[in-house]
Design a protein. Structure first.
Length: 59
């Protein structure tokens, strides 16, 4: 047991290290993605319903 050699410390990858005090993580990006997705889905639904309504009234 006297042959134990201390291993050099490994550098921890940045994705495994604890967040820095100023870093918020993916919160801001996730918020933007959700808002844009909801807005896009709302716009798409409005356009589809509007187009469908116009086809029915032209008969």
């Amino acid at each position: 047991m006297d042959n134990f050699e201390e291993r050099p410390k490994r550098r921890t990858p940045s994705h495994c290290s604890p967040p820095r005090p100023g870093a918020q993580g993916p919160g801001d990006t996730l918020r933007i993605v959700l808002i844009v997705s909801i807005g896009g889905a709302t716009l798409l639904g409005w356009l589809l319903l509007r187009g469908h309504r116009n086809e029915e009234t032209n008969d």
